[in-house]
Design a protein. Sequence first.
Length: 396
Amino acid sequence: MAAGLLQAARVLLDLAAGFDAALVTGEAAVTVAGQLAATEKACAAARARAAARAASCRAHERAGFADAADWLAHVGGSSVGEARAAMATVASAESCPATTAALTAGELSLAQARVIVGTEAECPGSEADLVALAGRSSLAALVDEARKRRLKAIDVEELHRRQHRARELRHWRDELGMVRLSGALPPEVGVPIVNRLDAETDRIRRAERRDGTDEPRSAHAADALVAMLAGGGRGKAASAELVVVCDLGAFRRGHLHEGEVCHVAGGGPIPVEVARRVGADAFLKAVVHDGVRIETVAHLGRHIPAELRTALELGPAPDFDGVSCVDEGCGRRHGLEWDHVDPVANGGRTSYENLAPRCWPHHRAKTDRDRAAGLHGGGRGGWGGDGPASGGREPP
């Protein structure tokens, strides 16, 4: 088996080295990229398994390396941390047969497998759902779902104590003399800060783009932070800075009963006492639902009124954990815009049922499809965005 694998690897290496993408059609390039991605994932898993076997035989020492991860990092051109994580992933995946099968078949990356086996260890019974999700969604969507499951498995009071102990802010100087920051804040504190920062970043970004500059968003985020700390940035969004979802009964009594929820949208579970504390000086809005859906909220114009926006930004029932791009396999949570599923030009209403969050590329693609189908009434050929979703931005 090893000899056959080595021979196939050499053939593939020669073919890949001689591949000229300019000589194939776009459709063929898509097929090649997809097949090579699957092959790459299967090869990465096989390499990690081979490395683990070499380590168990101490063969890496004969190559002059005292540590197996150092050796694998050297031959793979990766960091030692990445090499060690790859070996640990294939070892832990042995207890997850579905993950192992998908990994060896090239259907999962090592990063996806790492998320799945880690979550299965903390939340037994999660593997099948997460393997299926990984096959149709992005790594970010898989990480989000896995995090939700892990957080739900922890007592909410204990979770909040861990979050409080884990808060930190560090700063240091890099090789260019730049001041770098790294921090961690509990969700009820961090989410509103990030939402204000995103709103100010988007405001600066729109202004810069009107002036013809094309700097990355991260540069505008740095400017936004400086402006806000100096007291000059507005940092205000059209949506709420913090949305807490809490059952009314739990909010009144001060603790949760079985089946009740209390969490920061986009931030995870929090104790009811924390929800009551942050709500003490807040402007409160109530959204009535039956655990499955929110009752229809509609508006005849394009503008999204505050009460409808609040309902939309809760996200889908029953989780109510914020919004992400509805296009399958995307899962982006940042840079979202509200799309009229049935365009306004075609008679579509600004209603709860007719608005869906989409990232800018998928929103633009959907608008182009609608226009090609004649749903925009023969209007202008430009962009027809419907305004930013939570954490989103205006159309360019």
